[in-house]
Design a protein around this ligand. Structure first.
Ligand SMILES: Cc1cc2nc3c(=O)[nH]c(=O)nc-3n(C[C@H](O)[C@H](O)[C@H](O)COP(=O)(O)OP(=O)(O)OC[C@H]3O[C@@H](n4cnc5c(N)ncnc54)[C@H](O)[C@@H]3O)c2cc1C
Length: 441
């Protein structure tokens, strides 16, 4: 019989790494199991921006004294690595017009505070796991967990080497497409929203104006975005689509050879670091618990609960497991605080909304010149934010205000906008589901 751990944590992304750190600090007998050999390596595309000094999941994260501080939840995490200040989110039209949420020019002169900090997520994960190890947590890398079963007194998980691990609880932090969530049957109750493929190339020697923002470029056959990377002059270009047949490489090349983007990249050299991901997007899980397994972060969410949106449930889940062990309630009741936390801060305010998302593709309705025209109507810089939901409401508010002008000047575009808005969501989802490739059961 193998050792019985208090808690086993699967996955050393931000969610699992944080859970391991807290389990170690709380004196639990714990192990974290990660399929990568190098915890610091990030293969799955991520822009690695943490939004700061604004509301985010009812938290106001800030960075001081080499620590990210979570004052509402009441904990801190150490981070002493490279950082880059980010001032907001810009939509860039095919001719290079911008709709600006956040002022990169004022920001780079020190006249506006940043709304995001780009970090090295791999280093953050490694720091958390090193702290866990220092507190006695066992760390297994190069180990892929492939099954889970409940026994009378524990949960048993198995790995690709044929080993078994036993824990009173398991924290599944194995990310989007969580194998543990699927094996436990969670996916049968989720709504499948499509398969999203996303791929990025990194370049050095890029010259982009107003660069300290996340840039979303519209008018292409797929979603194209640009973001600075940590070293000066380094950027990544990413292309993403729900259309599994879309040639992302070819569309990225077309983008990079079109003006004004070609000028931005004229002296650029690809530096060989490519990341990608194929994500089966399913609706968030309302109750992330089954058979003493607690889901945290993307494992219970959709594509991206975000770095801090994984750290916070990792922290809460490990504390709830600690309470359950103290009270002797080795069951759902014992970890009630975590389930309440997830419901209050993630599922009720955001999870429900995300489950009903899915609108028609803008590119199916608006031509490049339509997008250029629309962006030209709102030249004023909007207040900076990196909160996804705030970005969406800022866009909605700004363009609602100019609808009468669009109706007056360009009734043809108004008609297209109305047609796009009234296209049935069910048809959008049916197409995505049909093209998608999820294994939901
Ligand atoms: C295009 C894109 C851009 C993004 N940009 C940002 C951003 O700028 N800021 C932000 O905050 N978030 C961003 N995100 C989201 C962010 O990357 C994730 O939400 C976050 O990393 C989730 O953390 P996690 O710990 O839940 O999962 P992950 O970070 O995915 O970690 C899961 C870990 O589990 C391991 N694992 C998986 N399966 C197994 C298994 N069977 N056995 C053992 N180990 C396993 C994986 O190797 C991985 O290390 C972005 C996401 C995408 C797709």
């Amino acid at each position: 019989m193998t050792e019985l751990y208090d808690v086993l944590i699967v996955g050393a992304g931000p969610g699992g790494a944080m859970a391991a750190k807290v389990a170690g600090e709380n004196g639990l007998r714990a192990a974290i199991i990660e399929r990568k050999t190098d915890i610091k390596a990030i293969h799955r595309i991520c822009t690695m921006i943490i939004n700061i000094d604004e509301e985010n999941f009812a938290e106001y994260i800030t960075y001081r004294n080499k620590r990210f501080i979570f004052p509402h939840n009441g904990f801190t995490i150490n981070y002493d690595g490279p950082m880059r200040k980010i001032y907001g989110f810009h939509i860039i039209t095919p001719c290079g017009n911008r709709f600006r949420i956040g002022d990169a020019i004022a920001g780079s002169k020190g006249e506006k505070p940043p709304v995001g900090l780009m970090i090295d997520k791999g280093l953050l994960n490694k720091t958390l796991v090193d702290e866990a190890r220092a507190n006695g947590v066992d760390v297994f890398t190069n180990t892929n967990i492939n099954n889970v079963r409940k026994e009378s007194d524990c949960v048993v998980i198995t790995d690709n080497w044929g080993n078994e691990y036993r824990g009173k609880f398991v924290i599944a932090a194995d990310g989007v497409n969580s194998r543990l969530a699927r094996k436990l049957g969670f996916n049968k109750e989720r709504i499948f929203l499509g398969t999203y493929k996303d791929y990025a190339r990194a370049y050095e020697g890029v010259e982009i104006p107003e660069a300290e923002v996340l840039m979303f470029c519209m008018g292409w056959k797929c979603s194209i975005s640009l973001a600075p990377e940590l070293p000066e002059g380094h950027f990544h270009v990413s292309a993403a689509s729900y259309d599994i047949n879309q040639d992302l490489d070819a569309e990225m090349d077309r983008f990079l050879s079109s003006e004004p983007f070609a000028t931005w990249f004229r002296n650029a050299k690809e530096i060989g670091h490519r990341t990608s991901c194929v994500s089966n997007i399913a609706s968030p899980i309302q109750v992330p618990f089954k058979d003493n397994v607690l889901l945290v972060g993307d494992a219970g969410w959709m594509q991206e609960t975000s770095i801090v949106g994984a750290i916070m449930p990792g922290w809460s889940a490990a504390n709830a497991v600690t309470e359950a062990l103290i009270t002797g309630h080795i069951n759902k009741e014992g970890v009630k605080n975590y389930l309440d936390w997830w419901d209050k801060y993630l599922f009720q305010p955001y999870g429900k909304r995300l489950a009903s998302s899915g609108s028609a593709e803008i590119r199916d309705y608006l031509a490049a010149e339509d997008i250029d025209y629309l962006a030209s109507l709102v030249p004023e810089v909007q207040p900076g934010t990196m909160n996804f939901f705030m970005i969406m409401s800022t866009i909605g508010r700004a363009f609602s205000a100019v609808l009468p002008q669009i109706q007056e000047e360009r009734p043809d575009i108004m008609q297209k906008l109305m047609a796009m808005r009234s296209f049935p969501r069910e048809l959008v989802l049916a197409k995505r589901r049909n093209e998608g490739c999820a294994i939901m059961s």
